[in-house]
Write a protein that binds this ligand. Structure first.
Ligand SMILES: Cc1cc2nc3c(=O)[nH]c(=O)nc-3n(C[C@@H](O)[C@@H](O)[C@H](O)COP(=O)(O)OP(=O)(O)OC[C@H]3O[C@@H](n4cnc5c(N)ncnc54)[C@H](O)[C@@H]3O)c2cc1C
Length: 513
């Protein structure tokens, strides 16, 4: 192996690395996935700690179209050229499934597709040869070489904020998950992401007081539409807070933690109240402050630049490192591209990102253009193509505003390209192009989700208006400049095939062409 030079090395056999392996293999590239664990999906052997996935597994949809079913199946990964895919919905009946079911699923996927993974192989150093620019990865006493490297390592290190006493507190990664260990205790959970609320939710019956604290106010997923914000599923503590049942949410920063025989003494600076800093006593403090990418493996001369508090690798619209050519990223670490907006942090988002990355690699390194179909550059033909896609696509539905279909017009013909990152299109814009996305309207996260007056856009032609809820948007760009936007009106059941959807769209294309 030492002397073999591969087209691609992929580090990590989580859902992203395994799926990418399948795509690379199917395209005929020479690749190898290196995985520290003994089986695929190693992350899910430990996480989520409370063993329930937050990704929806809606098995019963009433849809027969497999593409539509994927809109409700957030855990299956994709496979290129497979008409009979392995689907997670066959592994669990539960809407919020158990992590061990995902492990069974991903092992079967990897076996079915014979994904080329070397298990029990932890990469400890990544360097780049000066002359050849090859990536050289060290694992144990072996070296692996490739022209290109794809990091699909997930978030491997806890992100730990710094304040005096941080070393005294428990951490999400290894704290007890048995509520009995917290009976009648006062517990502070630090952080306001899903791991914090998952931890708090697990304790609300048994602990006397649970405070969830962090600098930013709680954001509700059903308002922001971001899956990583607080989900109704974990919101029991919010209910108890609002009903004055001891548990509470605190907005502010921990300044210091001290520990003595009486427990933990936490100096908490409240963000909103005038009391500013208050010392509160707890029996336990648990840090649930998120995770980050580990760049320490890389030698300094090929270490990727980091962003967002140094938590993630900075990436171009091609998922390439901004400072290390040939180094790409896949999986949850691609969430920097649509941070806290769309779904690249989660399987149901990055599975489409990984599929698009495979197309990017084919285009950039193997001379294969982005797959496209040709159609007449006529309003009716464009309308037909767009209406057909928006009524089926799962990729644009999940990766709202981030992936788009692109119609490139050139004289009498047009080319239709599916699922291109919107920022990639705009980075190198064609002369004349339409970008089709599904998206929420502007300020959608500022509107009360239960204010039905504000959301009355449904099924009214709103050529000039903007729906708040998920709906198709067609934007016309000339040489990268936005010249016109059309909103296809909202529909309760996401069926955009009525006259009210089709006719205004045709009129839009007629005006613009
Ligand atoms: C607490 C928590 C709960 C989550 N729950 C969900 C959920 O329910 N649904 C969902 O869609 N997303 C969830 N996520 C988001 C995300 O973690 C998962 O979608 C998924 O694990 C990401 O897949 P991945 O392939 O990018 O990375 P991972 O699944 O983390 O896979 C990375 C792989 O790389 C391997 N690896 C790392 N470093 C090395 C190395 N140096 N050498 C060799 N191998 C290495 C690891 O062993 C691992 O197998 C959660 C995240 C957190 C933090």
């Amino acid at each position: 192996m030492a002397e073999e030079v591969l087209d691609y090395l992929v580090v990590g056999a989580g859902p992203a690395g395994v799926q990418l392996g399948q795509f690379l293999g199917h395209a005929g590239h020479r690749y190898l996935v290196l995985e520290a664990g003994s089986a695929p999906g190693h992350f899910f052997e430990t996480f989520p700690r409370h063993r329930t996935l937050i990704s929806i597994n809606k098995k019963h949809t009433g849809y027969s179209d497999p593409e539509l079913r994927m809109r409700m199946d957030w855990n299956s990964i994709l496979a290129d050229g497979d008409d009979d895919p392995v689907l997670f919905t066959d592994y669990s009946e539960k809407l919020f499934p158990d992590a061990p079911d995902f492990l069974r699923y991903i092992a079967d996927y990897a076996a079915k597709h014979q994904v080329n993974v070397r298990y029990d192989t932890r990469v400890t150093r990544i360097r780049r040869e000066t002359e050849s620019a090859l990536f050289v990865l060290t694992a144990g006493d072996e070296e692996f070489k490739a022209r290109r490297l794809i990091m699909a390592t997930g978030v491997t290190k806890p992100y730990i904020p710094q304040f005096p006493g941080i070393e005294l507190i428990d951490q999400y990664v290894d704290v007890s998950v048995d509520p009995a260990d917290f009976t009648d205790q006062r517990v502070l959970v630090l952080g306001k992401g899903n791991s914090a609320f998952e931890t708090a939710d697990n304790l609300i019956e048994q602990a006397a007081v649970v405070h969830v604290g962090g600098p930013r106010p709680v954001k509700l997923a059903w308002r922001t539409h971001f899956v990583g914000h607080l989900r109704a599923y974990n919101a029991g503590i919010l209910d108890m807070y609002q009903l004055k049942l001891q548990h509470a949410i605190l907005d502010g920063d921990v300044r210091e933690v001290r520990k003595d025989a009486d427990g933990y003494h936490v100096k908490f600076a409240f963000a909103r109240a005038d009391e500013v800093i208050k010392e509160i006593r707890y029996d336990r403090v648990i840090g649930c402050t998120g995770f980050r990418f580990d760049a320490e493996l890389f030698d300094e001369d090929c270490r990727p630049e980091l962003t967002i508090d140094d938590r993630f690798p900075a990436q171009t619209p091609d998922w390439e490192s901004v400072n290390v050519p040939g180094l790409y990223f896949a999986g949850t670490i691609t969430q920097v591209r649509d941070f806290k907006k769309a779904t690249s942090a989660f399987i149901h988002g990055f599975r489409y990102g990984a599929r698009a990355l495979a197309k990017v690699l084919n285009e950039r390194h193997h001379g294969k253009p982005w797959p496209n179909t040709e159609l007449p550059a006529k309003p009716d033909a464009l309308t037909d193509a767009v209406i057909t896609r928006i009524n089926r696509t799962s990729a644009l539905y999940q990766q709202f505003g981030f992936l788009g279909d692109v119609v490139v017009v050139d004289g009498d013909t047009a080319r239709y390209l599916e699922e291109v990152p919107v920022d990639r299109v705009l980075a190198d814009p064609p002369e004349d192009a339409y970008v089709v996305t599904l998206d929420y309207g502007p300020d959608h996260d500022k509107i009360d989700p239960f204010d039905f007056v504000a959301r009355a856009a449904q099924d009214k032609a709103n050529d000039h208006g903007e729906g708040h809820y998920l709906h198709p948007i067609v934007r016309h760009y000339r040489r990268g400049e936005l010249v016109a936007t059309h909103h296809v009106t909202e529909n309760l059941e996401n069926e955009w095939d009525k006259e009210v959807h089709v006719e205004p769209l045709t009129a839009f294309f007629t005006r613009e062409m």
